[in-house]
Design a binder for this molecule. Structure first.
Ligand code: DGL
Length: 267
């Protein structure tokens, strides 16, 4: 593994910024390439075949950048991690990072709010219960929350209404659940509204930091820390101005303006 090579982080859109931001804070000397497929988001409403087709093109782009490792910041995509073989760099699933965090906290019940695609795969329950069969996992999909966050223009009221139609169903039926996994990378960007609307969740898990720890452990095992980098380059098929504005709002330091790039075409 080449220590001076960049780390790739990608997502269907802006959601993966939550991982890129955590990575920049934890490992500030690493070079990071971020790709957000804004024009094809949301992925959560696409078929498995379409998602795999899109993601292989993004991974080919990462390969062309000679990355040393890739973090799939998107939960929806991470549920399909077994499909992404044949690359000469390690690829990390954020669902695994989130599941590991739940196992560490060991609640009796854990709620997972995600896209409907992620909820239907049962990926969180499988991974959590493989390590801790006693934890009851309650999966709840949201049809529109990722798209509302991705738009960047949704009001607090619109986001709260979508939460009531999704998270509300699980929360109201299970008032004893206090642990909630934000099982979609877009959701930490709405964390304040989630915490305000559903104060029963006193333990909100954002898997972003767990993914950064996966990457750190991989670099440590390969003696591949960069001590000479620190750039963060953003590429997107979406609206560059939006990606730049959100980066500034989150306190992320971008190296140069975001670059418009379409690397993936749907089926
Ligand atoms: N950010 C993606 C995730 O973590 C979902 C958004 C989408 O549906 O594109 O699941």
């Amino acid at each position: 593994m080449n220590a001076n090579a960049p780390i790739g982080i990608f997502d269907s859109g802006v959601g993966g910024y939550t991982v890129a931001r955590a990575l920049q804070k934890a490992l500030p000397m690493e070079d990071v390439i971020y790709y957000g497929d804004g024009c094809n988001a949301p992925y959560g409403n696409r078929s498995k075949e379409d998602i795999v087709h899109l993601v292989r093109q993004i991974l080919d782009f990462m390969a062309s950048k000679q990355v040393k490792a890739v973090g799939i910041a998107c939960n929806t995509i991470s549920t399909l991690i077994d499909e992404f073989t044949g690359y000469d760099f390690p690829i990390f699933s954020i669902v695994q990072a989130g599941a590991d965090e739940v196992v560490k906290c060991a609640p009796a019940k854990a709620g997972v709010l995600s896209t409907c695609f992620t909820a239907q795969t049962g990926a969180y329950a499988k991974l959590i219960n493989a390590a801790a069969p006693q934890i009851q996992v309650l999966s709840q999909g949201s049809v529109n929350l990722a798209a509302l966050v991705e738009s960047g223009t949704a009001s607090d009221g619109e986001i709260a209404a979508e939460l009531h139609d999704s998270l509300g169903l699980m929360a109201n039926a299970n008032p004893d659940v206090d642990t909630l996994v934000l099982g979609c990378t877009h959701y930490p960007l709405a964390r304040d509204i989630i915490a305000r609307e559903y104060p029963q969740f006193t333990n909100i898990i954002d898997p972003a930091m767990g993914q950064v720890e996966q990457l750190r452990a991989c670099l440590a095992a390969n003696n591949a820390f960069n001590d000479n980098g620190g750039s963060l380059k953003v590429f997107t098929s979406g609206d560059c101005a939006k990606y730049e504005a959100l980066a500034a709002r989150l306190g992320m330091k971008l190296t140069g303006p975001a670059t418009q790039l379409h690397v993936a075409t749907p089926l």
